[in-house]
Design a protein around this ligand. Sequence first.
Ligand code: FNR
Length: 383
Amino acid sequence: MPTITEIEDLKRIYKRRVPKMFYDYCESGSWTEQTFRDNVSDFNELRLRQRVAVDMTGRKTATQMIGQDVSMPVALAPVGLTGMQHADGEIHAARAAGKFGVPYCLSTMSICSIEDVAENTDAPFWLQVYTLKDDDFMQRLFDRAKAAKCSAAVITVDLQLLGQRHKDIKNGLSAPPKLTPKSVANMMTKVPWGLEMLQTKRRFFGNIVGHAKGVDDPSSLSTWTAESFDQALDWDRIRQFRKMWDGPLIIKGIMDPRDALEACNVGADAIVVSNHGGRQLDGALSSIRALAPIMDAVGDRIEVHLDSGVRSGQDVLKAVAMGAKGCWIGRAYIYGLGAMGETGVSEALRVIHKELDTSMALCGRTDIETVDRDILMIPKGFS
Ligand code: FNR
């Protein structure tokens, strides 16, 4: 196994192994990609305050997210088409998360279904649902999540309309990939990917195909997607979803304090401050800049998580110091998954944990639950 010391190592291997179409799908943001870039670079604006001669023995990164024990305040974010980055990718990621003691969140738009993941993993996982018009389909998704013993539902509220990613259009992204001379040539150069994909037994888009009205095979999926996302979504509709699911509920995709307060009012257990990894509103603030005003608005009314741009344990530490109860990572674990399946996801988690544990200690803290804004130097006008 190559020596992995940072997330960038996994990204380099990932890029070599996965067809360009799927690498680009992950490694891009909407339109000019300004927000996609800011998500990462704005973390560098925050500096950590070093302390010395503090007893650093007996460190603890374990805490809770939505009342569930986690070995560190990190969850794996829902990522569509994960099973195209590696065969059975959702199962590999869920297994790695379970073994590390952090939550895995399955996307509605996954390749492996809720049932595939439940049958092939031990730890409970979370299910992300998009806000769709079809009530029966929504109720069935929640019922399937209940039957699979999912320990939380996550409603993503920032995708009523799809932000445009130029590369996906130019690459003619589709799953399964369209077989053109160019795409075949690209896949042939990615031998490990091709061999793995031949071995997969899963049905494409297992949460949808065979479950949504009129979607009996993947070819009808793009029409379904275009017609099913609910552009008329409002907070009353989100209240209806709250009634369909009686377990812990997380609302993902909040960037404004007013929306955070609305989420408190619908009875969510947590929100995720997220701009979808820079894939939706290009020009939006980075999520780390959006965090503090949201924390100040909601106070103790709701648990706040953050994602978008987290690439290291230092980033997790900074977000926790700003007040987040935990971070979700997307691309950071997808790089590992595409590079080497479950082992790569475990490596991503190991790297982030080590960075978090060491940096926390060098800031003079030994328990993640005692980390606060005092360890940060925040530039004027940051938020
Ligand atoms: C996503 N994200 C996402 N979110 C969601 O709620 N449902 C989904 O199906 C997807 N799909 C998806 C695909 C890909 C390729 C990416 C990169 C992201 C957003 C994801 O959950 C998370 O918000 C971001 O990935 C966080 O940003 P970073 O950590 O990737 O920078």
